[in-house]
Design a protein around this ligand. Sequence first.
Ligand code: FES
Length: 152
Amino acid sequence: MSNCSMVYSNFLKNYKNFFSSHLKRLYNSEKYQNVAHTERGNVMPKVILHVDGTVVEQQVKDNANLVVLAGIRQFPQLKYGCGMGRCTKCTCRVIRGGESIAPPNWKEIKMLGDKVEEGYRLTCQLTIAQDIEISQENISIQPPKKQSATQV
Ligand code: FES
């Protein structure tokens, strides 16, 4: 091996070692281990979901809808049905972070009634912008029965 190629080979080896150790340090830093960021530089909200005896914790995109994420297999554990606020299969109870989501809309009030006051929400109607913890454990809320015109 010529002198020149040995110098070049050593340079590449040192460069590779420096680069990989720099990347490892960067990856292991608190910034990259604990917090993921959106393209806009905002912190991605963390969702903690209690479902079927398990706890699922994932970071989601800013203003994400969990039913949409479940539909594209990013949140496969989530229970849901229609995705339109009609079936109540996605009902959850907000454990933490409820102040960060919009107040219940008319569909949630219609389908959940007084349960809304107890922190129950329709997951398909939520837009997640901050950390939130929700549970779908032991929830059996049925949609209200439709009244026929003769029953009124
Ligand atoms: S998925 Fe049907 S009400 Fe939310």
